[in-house]
Design a protein around this ligand. Sequence first.
Ligand code: NAD
Length: 471
Amino acid sequence: MNTYRHFHVDGQLRPSTGTNSITLVSPVTEQPVGELLSCSKADVDAAIASAHRCLPRWASSSIEQRERALRALQAAIVKRTDRIVESLVVEVGVPVWVGRSMQVPMPLANLDAIIEGLHQVTWEEQIRTSRVVREPVGVVAAITPWNYPLHQIVAKVAGAIGAGCPTVLKASEIAPGAAQLFMEAVAEADLPPGLVNMVWGGADVGEWLVADPRIDIVSFTGSGTVARRILASAAGSLKRVALELGGKSAALILDDADLDAAVPAIVRRCMNNSGQACVAQSRLLTPRHLQQEVADRITAALQEWTLGDPADDNTRLGPVASLRQFDGINHHIGAALDAGATLLAGGVGRAYGFERGYFIAPTVFTDVDRTMALGCEEVFGPVLAVMPYDGDEDGIDLANATPYGLSGAVWSANGTRAMNAARRMRTGQVILNGAPPNPASPFGGVGQSGFGRENGRFSIEAFLEFKSIQQ
Ligand code: NAD
């Protein structure tokens, strides 16, 4: 049993004085695997005060000092790779393979890009008669989810360090292990006391942070429902807010695409991390006459996505993270069946062969249309909607037919055609023909996927303010 009873303030551990205790449940055994003691309002106050004390010192730090701090932090995270992966397996049901190949490498690559970004930001420039300088915005509240917990913490906290801002982090109460190990790395990196503070808790603790007038900006990654509450609460003190929210990303297969390459890649980008990724390509858009060929290839591609114990090195697909996830995903699958979508694989309920645990078989529906909930609502689970379209115009229109706009993909043998389609997709990122991720490029959404950008230099710029000095 892991217990989380201390929060981080002024570079030190202090016992949480809250009264609310949260039990961590294994997604594999459904038994308790840990306990977290929420912070009290006084604890949150102490963390914000600590960040404030650090602000003048770190705001005036040099780029070299910030770079040294980020490099030390990165080295300390690397040392903890095994323990971070282990905590993800136990608390979130993330397979070891996903932990090792994505959950840890991604934030490390992002740290490289943020360090590079320190030298890409235009810190000062002359515009006509003005000296325009970019200054730290102040104290950051970073509120993060459980699905890629280390990545989301690093994207915000490392960006804030680069910008010259202290942070109060409220990490997900569902994946505290990754956050705890990140704070251990902060301690080892010998950062100034108060530069990175962390409080434990759920909605109440998050709300105290958002409402506090001493917080200058809230950087939030999570659900649209919580984002609306945060915006409303932040309005009270008119603070800046950045929101990284959900998605319903479309992979658009054009009629000249290489299906052998496209289909397994889309299945991977949908099923990875049990579909619990904001950028999951959960809609596969295919020319109608190719739907059957695509379906056959999906059936073949699913062979490698067998469910299993996340602690096993060979497992590609683990359980979903929580009972709430399990129930929500099953609700979506049931609704798709009721709406008349054709079930190609998987189905409702616990996957065949499992007597306990939040195991959901990789599930695929064909003949999904834009009027069905599955065609436009985020599932956040291992569920792929195959949606036929008629002609390129209809395909692009279908890609844009959700309120979201976080990611997307286009597959075509013709680079110009793929690029033209990408330009017309209303989304923050488009991946052409399975191109690899680029952590130095801006990441974020439009519409219900939120606003603001992070990663690389954009993680730093998210926490800067312009000042114009007229001469
Ligand atoms: P969530 O919105 O339930 O919780 C996110 C964080 O907000 C947690 O730390 C939680 O404790 C906190 N919180 C909850 N209520 C709050 C309140 N009233 N005030 C302040 N903080 C509060 O999301 P989740 O279930 O942890 O994550 C899943 C969601 O996150 C999905 O919708 C997913 O698409 C989205 N997501 C987006 C991205 C992205 O980068 N765009 C990345 C990952 C996840």
